[in-house]
Design a protein around this ligand. Structure first.
Ligand code: DX5
Ligand code: ZN
Length: 214
């Protein structure tokens, strides 16, 4: 099932409620929420208090991408704020299995993210436990970067690994997704597409979201 998850990282934060309503009306499936701590990635965004406020704005699924060190410290806070799914980076926690169990224990969907340079083997033992694997198609930290083409075969290999294991976890891609790269990643086996600057930079947001599915 193909899903489009616009990233509010590229929204105008002064009008965040309107910006979320805009993607809701335009056919977004999920809201992708990029949480950065200035340690795991060289940038800062926002945390659970902001998520709690925007929870009142929309019924859309909240996909929280934690680009933070030791994400296990924040899981309960994000649950309380209204997160539906938490995605943690394999590179950011010493105990990935425990962290995923903690997310599931809070009643949320759990995902694991891999940076472009991190091999699939980093998540291989976790595949039976996760609802989604996020393959970064840029280095995390900023919106508006260029898609790293060599991630396409990585997506294909992950889809094959999942199929061989009889698993149907979602494969999400994040970074540099536009109408052209969307086609490449969909054909490779990705089924959840994050897009920030492409969606929020569009004149016609509805057409932009539709073009990611076409
Ligand atoms: C990057 C974030 C992305 C970002 C994508 O660190 O994880 O979600 O918003 O932005 P675009 O789609 O502009 O590459
Ligand atoms: Zn993201």
């Amino acid at each position: 099932m193909l899903k489009i998850a616009p990233s509010i990282l590229s929204a105008d934060f002064a009008y965040l409620a309107d910006e979320i309503k805009k993607i809701e009306r335009a056919g977004a499936d999920w809201v992708h929420i990029d949480v950065m701590d200035g340690l795991f990635v060289p940038n800062l965004t926002f945390g659970a208090p902001v998520v709690k406020k925007i929870r009142k704005v929309t019924p859309l699924f909240f996909d929280c991408h934690l680009m933070v060190e030791s994400p296990e410290k924040y899981i309960a806070d994000f649950k309380a704020a209204g997160a539906d799914q938490i995605v943690v980076h394999a590179e950011a926690t010493k105990h990935l299995h425990r962290c995923v169990q903690q997310i599931k224990g809070e009643g949320m969907r759990a995902g694991v993210a891999l940076n472009p340079a991190t091999p699939l083997s980093a998540v291989e033992e976790m595949l039976p436990y996760v609802d989604m694997v996020l393959l970064m198609t840029v280095n995390p930290g900023f919106g508006g970067q260029s898609f790293i083409e060599s991630m396409v075969p990585k997506i294909k290999r992950l889809r094959r690994m999942l199929e061989d294991a009889g698993l149907d976890a979602d494969i999400q891609v994040d970074g540099g997704i536009n109408d052209k790269t969307a086609k490449l990643v969909r054909e490779a086996g990705a089924n959840v597409l994050v897009a920030g600057s492409y969606v929020y930079g569009a004149e016609d947001v509805q057409a932009a979201i539709a073009s990611l599915k076409a």
